[in-house]
Design a protein around this ligand. Structure first.
Ligand SMILES: [Zn+2]
Ligand SMILES: [Zn+2]
Length: 278
């Protein structure tokens, strides 16, 4: 981004010194310079990552999904495990899908009919300092049972994206109507090209997880997880969160970070339904 700005400024300055006839040419140059800069922009959310002293990060995904979702969860797990720094395994779930709360150090993946609240999927990660302490993914059958979204390509895209958020990835792009980037971390009205991670997602994971954290004793592990991570999602004002989500829906805001105190935060990523009627 910074580089793109500097480049733009340099070109604008050059433009001023030239005649108007060259304007179109310079615009073309600007576009060709800026496009790759945006495409390679970082989509790490705050540099947050799971604590680990060796790579790959070994993360279990708790399966609380029904049989209609099992294949998509399995695929998301293997898609992301292509990354040399990520290794996920689907295990038996530890929560009820409707509540979908994760214990410290755990990830739970859930589906249910969560209602006409506007969202297809929500991923939530809890943070202590820079480290992710737990995460949950919910996919909303209220929409996935309707003909528009009840398609393998939509289910694959949303599951892939929500699981991607659990590692600390944000979106590559949030415009539904531009050319799809070929990544499940990209919004698109056409889900077909965006059903899996792309090379840029794997590059981003490499840069987030290239460092290793120190080996910790039991006491330090306690402080690593912090105070709030020990709480259940139910303790964390799910009602407050739902009210916030209603406010964000009008503005189509798709990620938010809330401070919980003492360096702890919760980040929520929301995939809004673009077509909620059919
Ligand atoms: Zn670290
Ligand atoms: Zn998302």
């Amino acid at each position: 981004m910074k580089l793109a700005k500097i480049t733009k400024r340099a070109i604008m300055t050059t433009m001023k010194t030239h005649k108007k006839g060259y304007k179109a040419l310079y615009l073309l140059i600007i576009l060709s310079l800026l496009t790759p800069a945006f495409a390679s922009a970082s989509h790490s959310w705050g540099g947050y990552h799971w604590y680990r002293s060796i790579n790959p990060l070994s993360l279990n995904l708790g399966d609380n999904v029904s049989s209609q979702w099992d294949a998509y969860l399995g695929e998301a797990s293997s898609d992301w495990s292509v990354s040399e720094v990520i290794d996920t395994t689907v295990i038996k779930g530890g929560t009820t899908p409707r509540i979908c709360s994760a214990k410290t150090g755990k990830v739970e993946i859930c589906n249910a009919s969560y209602g006409n609240n506007g969202w297809l999927g929500i991923a939530t990660i809890w943070i202590n300092g820079l480290h992710i302490t737990k995460g949950t993914v919910k996919v909303n059958d209220t929409y996935f049972s309707k003909s528009y979204y009840n398609k393998p390509e939509w289910k694959r895209l949303v599951m892939c994206q929500e699981v991607g958020h659990i590692f600390g990835l944000s979106h590559q792009d949030e415009n539904n109507y531009n050319t799809p980037l070929g990544s499940c971390m990209d919004y698109s009205s056409n889900p077909v090209p965006n059903q899996h991670p792309n090379a840029h997602d794997y590059e981003q994971l490499l840069s987030i997880y290239s460092h290793l954290d120190a080996v910790l004793g039991a006491t330090s592990q306690q402080s690593l997880f912090g105070r709030y991570a020990a709480m259940n999602a139910g303790d964390l004002n799910v009602n407050d969160l739902q009210n916030e989500i209603k406010e964000l829906r009008d503005q189509k805001i798709s990620s938010m970070e809330r401070k919980l105190g003492s360096g702890e935060k919760v980040v929520t990523f929301i995939y809004w339904a673009d077509n909620s009627d059919n």
